[in-house]
Design a protein. Structure first.
Length: 371
């Protein structure tokens, strides 16, 4: 069965995700603002959940239509084949949002969609009441400019929850964003990685996962694993496929440092849980004492922004110190994320390349130096 999928994503990551799902074998890949659409079968459903590094979640697109009234919304929803995905005992809660549409009451939209799905399933299963004691099939709706999209979430917890970061330090970077920075930095298995403000280690851990082609979701579970509509063997086979594609030999070395001993303890524990501890070395060190021991290096950094940690003046002092401390020489590259438009002036040199990304709701730039 051909399934249509949607990946909602952080703004700026659309191309990375589109390229990734193409590499996974997806068909009909299309990028839009904040999301990527593609198609595939049940194996692709499992593969995308297990292997996607930059996506927030994998959703099934059940249908789209225009709705100018609540009656339009009810009839459009009821016309969709919900029985293909929702069984007689399955739970199907509804949530979503409406923007720039005549149907602006989210609560009313939620109630009408629920009622329409119940009516559709009532006709299929001949039941007057659904106890919803089975696996959760979360219905998500989006209404934008009167265009309705109705989706089913297959992931459960967001895909950034890899399972290795049970705790995090102050203002941690999201795993999907960290993986994206590693991709933009072209991290490879023969690189030496550095993060002199590593916090709980997310950037280096994601770098090690990427460099060794370790699927980020291989050790976690997903909502759709409990669905009767997706064959159990699909998940086993896709996990086996992911393990077979892992790099068996790697020269990667990664070094993280931080002034906070508690953060370093978290980083070590996170690396162990992620299965990449053998590639990572952590030590307590002030940024002023950053002194790499290798001729070449790939440095990744998420310095404090002045948003949640430090104020902006203190953050800009730190950027100046980074510019003075990071060597400008052949064989070195720096990939640094910041929301500060004056970052380059503080750092002391213009980036060779910039990329606009969002860290949650914070508009940032990834500044890349490689010359």
């Amino acid at each position: 069965m051909k399934i249509h999928f949607v990946i909602p994503c952080l703004l700026g990551l659309e191309k990375l995700i589109a390229d990734e799902v193409k590499a996974l074998g997806a068909a009909d890949v299309v990028s839009e603002n904040g999301r990527v659409l593609f198609s595939g079968d049940a194996s692709m459903l499992a593969r995308a959940n297990i292997c996607c590094r930059y996506a927030e979640r994998i959703q099934i697109l059940v249908g789209t239509f225009e709705a100018l009234s609540f009656e339009d919304l009810f009839q459009g929803t009821r016309a969709l084949p919900w029985e293909a995905w929702i069984g007689a005992t399955d739970a199907f809660p509804v949530k979503g949002y409406s923007l720039n549409s005549t149907l602006f009451s989210v609560r009313d939209c939620q109630a009408i969609i629920k009622k329409a799905v119940v009516e559709r399933l009532r006709g299929t299963y001949g039941l007057s009441w659904f106890d919803e004691t089975g696996p959760i099939h979360q219905i998500q709706f989006s209404i934008m400019k009167n265009q309705v999209s109705l989706l089913l979430d297959t992931s459960g917890y967001g895909l950034h929850k890899r399972g290795y970061r049970l705790e995090a330090g102050g203002a941690p970077i999201k795993e999907t964003l960290a993986a994206s920075m590693c991709c933009l930095a072209h991290v490879r298995d023969y690189h030496t990685l550095y993060d002199p403000m590593c916090g709980s280690g997310t950037l280096l851990i994601e770098g090690a996962l990427l460099a060794n082609n370790i699927a980020p979701g291989r050790n976690r579970n997903f909502s759709a694993e409990r669905w009767d509509q997706v064959p159990e063997d699909v998940w086993r086979l896709e996990r086996e496929r992911a393990r077979d594609l892992e790099l068996k030999e790697s020269r990667l070395a990664a070094f993280g440092s931080d002034i906070d001993p508690a953060a370093l303890e978290l980083a070590r524990a996170n690396a162990e849980r992620a299965g990449v501890a053998q590639y990572l070395t952590f030590e307590r060190r002030d940024l002023r004492d950053f002194a790499p021991t290798t001729e070449k290096g790939t440095l990744l950094c998420n310095p404090p922004y002045g948003e949640r940690l430090l104020d902006m003046k203190e953050a800009e002092k730190l950027y100046r110190l980074m510019g003075q401390t990071f060597p400008q020489k052949r064989g070195w590259s720096y990939t640094i994320i910041s929301p500060d438009e004056d970052f380059e002036a503080c750092f002391g040199r213009k980036a060779d390349k910039r990329r606009k990304l969002y860290n949650g709701m914070i508009k940032c730039q990834v500044f890349m130096y490689y010359k």
